[in-house]
Design a protein around this ligand. Structure first.
Ligand SMILES: [Zn+2]
Length: 139
């Protein structure tokens, strides 16, 4: 079988001109079918698309360590990254990944601020009671 280099149509080996478009194919000889290449490239591109980061362990950490509501929202988004990715919804998976990251970060920041406040309150509280203690014994 001979393929027309101009339109890709199959022609008899003995044909001099393409039956489909009339191009002279006797001088060009065999030309591989042009149709198959783009499909193969598209497939390879699909396989290369990696799943976006789920931020699952970060979300779980936030839930356990400090901020239940923020952590749970992050976990829900983490789960959606996988669900949407395997459903072929790449842009949806990416936006879920961004949400998971944002809520995990928000949770971590909130947790850090609360921890610092606790430490500060404990520290100043301890100092305060120490002063009162000293004052009491000075007189
Ligand atoms: Zn042709």
């Amino acid at each position: 079988m001979k393929y027309c280099y101009h339109c890709g149509a199959e022609n008899m080996d003995t044909a001099s001109f393409c039956a489909s478009c009339g191009t002279n194919i006797i001088s060009t000889g065999y030309a591989p079918p042009q149709v198959a290449t783009p499909i193969q490239e598209e497939k390879a591109k699909d396989e290369k698309l990696a799943m976006p980061e789920t931020y699952l362990w970060q979300s779980v950490l936030v839930t356990i360590l400090c901020c239940m509501p923020l952590g749970i929202i992050a976990i829900i988004n983490s789960a959606q990254v996988e669900t949407r990715y395997y459903a072929g919804n790449y842009s949806g998976a990416e936006s879920a990944s961004r949400n998971a990251r944002n809520f995990a970060i928000a949770g971590l920041i909130t947790g850090a601020v609360i921890s610092i406040l606790y430490i500060a309150l404990f520290f100043f509280g301890a100092l305060g009671s120490l002063n009162i203690f000293n004052d009491y014994y000075q007189y």
